[in-house]
Design a protein around this ligand. Structure first.
Ligand code: GDP
Ligand code: GDP
Length: 428
């Protein structure tokens, strides 16, 4: 795995840079020194290379470059193939900056000097002083405005060893948004990509045509399919049109975000939940506009959700506010988790061990004195995980018993949140 460290004294913008590159927007960026406590690690994706970034920012306590900090930093940077040395030339260089430069020179790792907070071209004049550190041309960057990041990463790549492991294409996770108009899909999309590529507007018909929006997050590529469908607001036949469009989007995706308005759940959501279930794709229920729910109604709203979404009760829920950018990280983290599980393959030996356990846990159904007998279990498909159980009589299987098995499968095989399928095969 490639490893790159970020160093620099407090307040130069290391966390901001780290968050920009890794895509972790909810990490705290504060305005005074010494807020972050430890070295942070995050994975980013750049041109199909997964790179572990280490932010050593938390190791500094004040502005002093002390022995203790140096040792911790060396330990945290173990194995790093390059170092990004962040400076804030608008503040001017301090004695500590020169000390860090000397230390880096002794470490012998390749160093890329970046001048951060160069928010516009007129700031370029600040760069001159950084040549004096002796690491060559400084790169102008603005972590806050995402300026110069590609140049920086191109430079970083030059120092990383060729690595076969990273060469195969990292498959994107394809996701679709479903949900009725006005639940906040476009707003969530904006919060997710933090770009201006999609316009949020209250007026119908303000969009351009079909696009899949793509972005990286925590070393994973995401594609949101049919963002135009999200933006379309037909005045008539909303239901049919939206359903049809959702169906197509679902077919093209691996994971589904079913967005609901926390305070307004109706039949439409029920229908969408059914479509989602039938698709066999993992569903995440995104309960948006959570900011609008008063504290004393949280319990009631949750109860209502449980009732209405009973059919996909297995689906994990994420509570969000597109406006406050709350819950955005969870949406992505949950999608990554479910995607992995959806593709999972459980070994036959393990399945049959569990089948033995389940047989002892609950009485098997019987019919006129004859018991259901289960002989053997195997996984016949992935995406979604589909299991087959060989038995004496499939007509002995009751709904309740099947429900019990489904719950065991999800829990014991670590497939929570996945629309698992179970087939019965009669034998002998
Ligand atoms: P760290 O202590 O080095 O991790 O620095 P932070 O990332 O916490 O940033 C310190 C301060 O500088 C914060 O107030 C940031 O908003 C600000 N900052 C970071 N990057 C930029 C930038 O590119 N331009 C400007 N103008 N401010 C920035
Ligand atoms: P879409 O039709 O599902 O794409 O919905 P939009 O993203 O266009 O949002 C519809 C309206 O709800 C807009 O006025 C948004 O500003 C508002 N909205 C979206 N998300 C939230 C949220 O989390 N909280 C609040 N209070 N309003 C939201």
């Amino acid at each position: 795995m490639h490893k790159v460290a970020i160093v620099g004294r407090p307040n130069v913008g290391k966390s901001s840079l780290f968050n920009r590159l890794v895509g972790r927007r909810e990490a705290v960026v504060a305005d005074f020194p010494g807020v972050t406590r430890d070295a942070k690690e995050g994975v980013m994706l750049y041109q199909n290379h997964r790179i572990v970034l280490i932010d050593t920012g938390g190791l500094w306590s004040g502005d002093e470059w002390e022995q203790a900090i140096r040792e911790k930093a060396e330990w945290a940077m173990e194995g790093a193939q390059a170092v990004i040395f962040v400076l804030d030339p608008r503040e001017g260089l301090s004695a500590a900056d020169y000390e860090v430069a000397d230390w880096l020179r002794k470490l012998g790792k390749p160093v890329i000097v970046i001048a951060n907070k160069i928010d516009s071209l007129k700031h370029d004049a600040y760069l001159a002083e950084l040549w004096g550190l002796g690491f060559g041309a400084p790169l102008p960057v603005s972590a806050e405005h995402a300026r110069g990041l590609d140049d920086l990463m191109d430079k970083v790549l030059e120092y990383l060893p060729e690595d076969d492991e990273d060469v195969p294409d990292i498959a994107p996770i394809r996701i679709s948004f479903i949900g009725r108009p006005n639940v906040g899909k476009s707003s969530l999309l904006n919060a997710l990509t933090q770009s201006e590529r999609v316009i949020v507007a209250d007026q119908p018909g303000t969009t351009r045509d079909s696009v899949d929006v793509e972005w990286d997050y925590a070393g994973q590529r995401f594609v949101l399919v049919d963002t135009a469908g999200i933006r379309k607001r037909p005045e008539t036949a909303i239901e049919d049109f939206a359903m049809q469009r959702s169906q197509t989007a679902i077919e093209r995706s691996d994971v589904i975000w079913l967005v609901v308005n926390a305070t307004e759940i109706g039949d439409h959501e029920l229908k969408l939940a059914n479509i989602a279930y039938e698709s066999g794709k993992p569903v995440i229920v995104v309960v948006n506009k959570w900011d609008l729910v008063p504290d004393d109604e949280l319990k009631m709203v949750e109860k209502d959700l449980n009732q209405k979404l009973f059919h996909i009760q297995y689906a994990p829920r994420v509570y969000t506010s597109a406006i406050n950018e709350y819950g955005i990280h969870e949406m992505l983290a949950e999608a990554m988790k479910l995607y992995e599980k959806w593709k999972a393959r459980v070994p036959t030996a393990e399945l049959n061990r569990w089948l033995g356990v389940w047989l002892m846990k609950q009485r098997v159904p019987n019919f006129q004195g004859r018991n259901l007998k289960m002989y053997f279990m195997t996984q016949v498909e992935t995406s979604p995980p589909t299991f087959a159980i060989f038995c004496n009589r499939d007509d002995y299987v009751t709904r309740a018993y099947e429900g019990f098995l489904m719950n065991r499968i999800r829990e014991d095989l670590d497939l929570a949140g996945i629309p698992v399928r179970l087939k019965w095969k009669q034998k002998g």
